[in-house]
Design a protein around this ligand. Sequence first.
Ligand SMILES: Cc1cc2nc3c(=O)[nH]c(=O)nc-3n(C[C@H](O)[C@H](O)[C@H](O)COP(=O)(O)OP(=O)(O)OC[C@H]3O[C@@H](n4cnc5c(N)ncnc54)[C@H](O)[C@@H]3O)c2cc1C
Length: 671
Amino acid sequence: MTQTPQRTVAVIGSGVAGLTAAWIASRTAQVTLYEADARLGGHADTHRVDTPDGELAIDTGFIVHNRRTYPTLLRLFAELGVATQPSEMSLSVSDAGTGVEYAGALGPRGLFAQRSSLTSRGHWRMLLEIPRFHRRARALLAGGDDQTVEQPTAQADDQTLRDFLRDGGFTPGFVRHFMEPLVAAVWSCDPATSLDYPARYLFTFLEHHGMLGVFGSPQWRTVTGGSGTYVAKVAAGLQDLRLDTKVTSVRELADRVEVTDGSGATSAYDSVVVATHPAQALAMLEQPSDLQREVLSALPYSSNPALLHTDASLLPTAVDARASWNFHRPAEDNGAVTVTYDLTRLQRLPTDTHYLVTLGGDDLVDPATVIDRMEYEHPLYTPGSVAASRRLPEINTARIAFAGAYHGWGFHEDGARSGLAAATHLGLPWTRTTRELPRPGRFETRIRHTRRSPFSRTFEHASTLWLVDVDDLPDHGRLARFESRDHLGSPGLSLRENVEDFLAQHDVHLGAGGGTILMAAQPRSLGYAFNPISVFWCFDDDARHAGVVVEVHNTYGDRHAYLVHPDAQGRARTDKAMYVSPFHGVDGTYDIAVPIPTDRLHVAVTLRGHEDGAAAPFSASLTGVRSDVPLRRTLGAALRGSALIRAHGTWLWARRLPVRPRPTHSQEGVQ
Ligand SMILES: Cc1cc2nc3c(=O)[nH]c(=O)nc-3n(C[C@H](O)[C@H](O)[C@H](O)COP(=O)(O)OP(=O)(O)OC[C@H]3O[C@@H](n4cnc5c(N)ncnc54)[C@H](O)[C@@H]3O)c2cc1C
């Protein structure tokens, strides 16, 4: 019997786009990865630096991602078993020309890091303009068309950020001290370029990343041990790695693609993924089509020389203004600015020294502090390039597909997603080896309490419930926020740490990557929190169900957490351990139903074996349907639910339902 030979695929470029494509292709094909550089990873660039505090793995290119807007990268990380950790994202502005220094996302101390700004009209005006900017930017998006994140429409190109700010009457102080630093820091570009960005395109990105509001940013994370960790794991799964091998020519024939490298060696492949920057891609095509030439040459990149150093003079002078990202405009305003990332802060490096990466600060950084010098390039977004990028899907051929972060917003997820799209275009499947996890969201719910003994009584009401990822908790300030003090464990620790500690006490571990914990609960809203029941579905790194923590709260302020391991239908049984209702003791067992949420949510608890002898004297259930229920409709839900429960209890008491004594509850959590 003859065997069909395996397909051969060349991937050119080992940035995240090439690595993702190579990882997917390697499932079903023989992959050769070409990389011009002496190391793999492209912008995923981890430096191993010997320091007095030991060797540190410092990321100088790709640093942060989040669990909300990086699904492709996270899927790759999950398959590779890559551990990640929370990071701190804050942005400072220090303008030597005007003397202004402040930081966002560090609270009032950061906003008023210079005490003089408390009495500065200009500073207050800028702060007041920020919510107005958010509102107008959201209105621009809402008043628009069917634009999606991946494919902005022609209308997206019409208005530049400069036009938008002028039309909105934003002050020069706002533009200089807020807008330009934000765009320049996020996209590593100079202020003049930032104002040429297409407004709608920019706002779609900012909205998508929770940056068009004072609250709502995702929890940013770094790769534990540096991004090189995931690069090494992909590389370990590939057989033919060709480092220091620059591809000089790609020639497509009817039955193959010939790839020639700098040494003149030519190899033939069934398919090729070109995962370099657009100009490099165009240069290597032997016979580019008119469209390939037109599109690839219309996608400019800017050069970003970067220095890894320890010169803290690049940070704001006001200590409270020092942030993880630091924008600095020098006194002589020649258009050049610097952005300095504080990796010690971002990666939580175990050292007191600030390890910094500065873009564009060659003449400002003390040479004695420089550890390394890198050359990066970043896509530039202009109305012309955004228009050209819409035609990118058309330039793939039957055997060649293009990938790179320039297919999207220029970030790591865009690179990973483009690698997946290139593999898909070439018919290389990415079969899911990890299970899909439920999506966080809000649910419209109905809550039902049924009492069957000593008399029948049903009490039902409508409410709302949130399903949240404990690593990416929504934060709407006093309106809606999830806090550790409202759940099991210590209020000084994070929700994740408390759930992990509780699981560890029961010998349940989610893996090196920390797995995923999804919680169904009401947020603390307008200063009040009450969750009769909060449910934590816990999944390990391979998205396998590791257990469910069902946390019950009573109206006396007690709480108890039960760990259950439900069957395939989501059913489990556990002994009752806490006094919940004044009409029941702590005896009996609970039948619990907590199936993994989908677009429906179901949680039910039935009390059995209770001393009054009835088979199931009491049950409570919550059924929900995923919905875009607006935030304002969720406000006060906890207060309403608590009031209704108390009113119902009073009704039962008035009907002379016997009240049971309340034993002291030993709490595994704190009040
Ligand atoms: C300083 C900096 C910080 C950043 N921080 C973040 C961040 O925190 N979060 C985030 O999401 N994004 C961040 N980004 C953006 C993001 O990391 C990059 O846009 C993304 O990693 C680019 O991936 P890529 O695969 O498209 O290209 P690259 O990573 O640039 O990879 C292209 C590869 O192709 C190789 N190559 C080129 N020509 C040839 C050839 N002829 N033959 C063989 N190989 C070739 C190159 O050597 C390179 O390795 C940052 C970017 C920079 C510059």
